[in-house]
Design a protein around this ligand. Structure first.
Ligand code: KIV
Length: 283
């Protein structure tokens, strides 16, 4: 599949890159273990993908879109059709980054065969380079099944939001020695099964470091450790779109306040009949 961006700009607001850009590959990401930190952000729309693409190595179409885009209370309600629609948009809007798409809850856990059918549909209908799935030892056979059949898999261990109903919340994991040992085993099992990278989410820092040292593939931390091989954040958290700021988030902007200010200015302009002005009229 061509990765050259070909939107017709006569009918679109999108801006293609001036020259074709070669997309990064999963093997290129794998080689970054212990090297230059890997930069990953979530993206859910074509326009956001265009803006993030040049700065990132990986764009993750996370099932966090359930909360961020659709206002759902958990990721459990996210559907495969949602992931495919947003995944295809992010692939269309990006040229350089490796695009990875989350498999949503209930579409892969039953068997390796179910996971393969879901992941194959995601890859065919979006053009993404691979999928991400949550879980440790219990998912190792599935990761191996996909990886051996041409589907790059990113693992996800520690705090796994799709398991919120069994975990009982979103608190950091690995506070007991037993839990640390379990999560380390999970990460090793997924890596040994052939995951090309692993997201390590919401764990105590020494555990994230131990996982990074203990697996052969790159780890990508969120609420984890600066020693991970890369970092990821939910883009809307990083941009300051939400009032609630989890401990592991740094806000690099205050976009919610700026959008609200812009909306107020627009409303004032409409109410005072200052907008539209001469420049916006067809004479
Ligand atoms: O769904 C998501 O956005 C994620 C990241 C937080 C890693 O899984």
């Amino acid at each position: 599949m061509s990765t050259t961006f070909t939107l017709d700009t006569a009918t679109s607001r999108a801006h293609p890159v001036p020259e074709p850009v070669r997309r990064l590959t999963v093997p290129a990401i794998q080689k970054r273990k212990g090297g230059e930190p890997i930069v990953m952000l979530t993206a859910y729309t074509a326009r956001m993908a265009q803006l993030l693409d040049l700065h990132c190595d990986l764009l993750l179409v996370g099932d966090s879109l359930g909360q961020v885009i659709y206002g759902l209370d958990t990721t459990v309600k996210v559907t495969l059709d949602m992931m495919i629609a947003h995944g295809a948009a992010v692939v269309r809007g990006s040229y350089r980054s490796v695009v990875i798409i989350d498999l949503p809850f209930g579409t892969y856990e039953a068997s390796p065969e179910q996971a393969f059918m879901t992941a194959a549909r995601v890859m065919k209908e979006t053009g993404a380079a691979g999928v991400k799935l949550e879980g440790g030892t219990a998912m190792a056979a599935t990761v191996a099944f996909l990886a051996q059949r041409g589907i790059p898999v990113m693992g996800h261990v520690g705090l796994t939001p799709q398991a919120v109903n069994t975990l009982g919340g979103y608190g950091a994991r690995g506070r007991s020695e037993a839990e640390q040992a379990k999560i380390l085993d999970d990460a090793r099992a997924i890596a040994d099964a052939g995951a090309f990278a692993i997201v390590v989410e919401g764990v105590v820092e020494p555990l994230a470091r131990a996982i990074t040292q203990g697996v052969s593939c790159p780890t990508i931390g969120i609420g984890a450790s600066p020693d991970c091989d890369g970092q990821v954040l939910v883009v809307d958290d990083m941009l300051g779109m939400f009032e609630r700021v989890p401990r592991f988030v740094e806000r690099f902007d205050d976009l919610a306040a700026r959008i609200s200010d812009a909306a107020r200015s627009y409303a004032d302009a409409v109410r005072s009949r200052r907008f539209p002005a001469e420049a916006q009229l067809y004479r």
